[in-house]
Design a protein around this ligand. Sequence first.
Ligand code: DGL
Length: 274
Amino acid sequence: MYKLKRDIRGKDIDNMMRENPIGIMDSGMGGISVLREITRLLPHEDYIFYGDSKNAPYGSRTTEEIYELTAHVVEDMLDRGVKAVVIACNTASSAAGKRLREKYPQLPIIAIEPALKPAVINCPGGRVLVLATEATLRETKFATLMEAWKDRAEIIKMPLPGLPEFVERGELDSPELRKFLMGHFNKLEGKRVDGVVLGCTHYPFVRRVISELFNNEVKIFDGAAGTARQLRRRLYARNLLNPSSEPGHITWLNSSDDPGMLELSKKLYDIRLD
Ligand code: DGL
């Protein structure tokens, strides 16, 4: 284990064990929506899923705070011998992805981003609503993405502070949740929306409610499947795909002291979303 830790942080990881787990992190439960896609695509890998629920939500924190929290989780996963890291949190990706890649140049780091590209491509000339955290929407990473696509559709940014907390307590549909969302969507003043980007990994857990509040008439996009494909590409390119033909294993970690969080994690992993 320690040899591996030294290897991945040093120059040469060519002999990295392909059997080692993949680390997937989020500020809390949200990244499980990404984990679900990843395990579907790569069923023979082992995973460590680390939800930092004790420190969630990240979305209203400063960039520096988000970086420190994310770096701490990545460090912990490296201590456990992960061969690659997936930042399954748009907020953490925006605030920490670039710096972590600079810090660990040998470590494959896959960082999710809001699925603006597929949304704009599928709604040309239309109106695309991007739902994400305050931090994701204010960071340069999103500004750059928006700059690339802003001429092909009208893009509306809408932060939803408070929404991850519903998911963190397993509240995926309730009158309070609907009221919360309507309070935000009413700001659109009835404008037609063609596509909705779920730019926070917590939001796919309330996808059905969001869709219903738009009368099931909008196309909804999230970055989970794209992130899973990106992970597979990166592992393949580095010859790091696990050669096993056995089903992989997930180790669940959560920084919260509440033992119910691990139970909720497994429930969110198995729940039907469509
Ligand atoms: N799941 C995180 C994301 O994708 C954010 C939730 C939070 O605010 O912690 O952005």
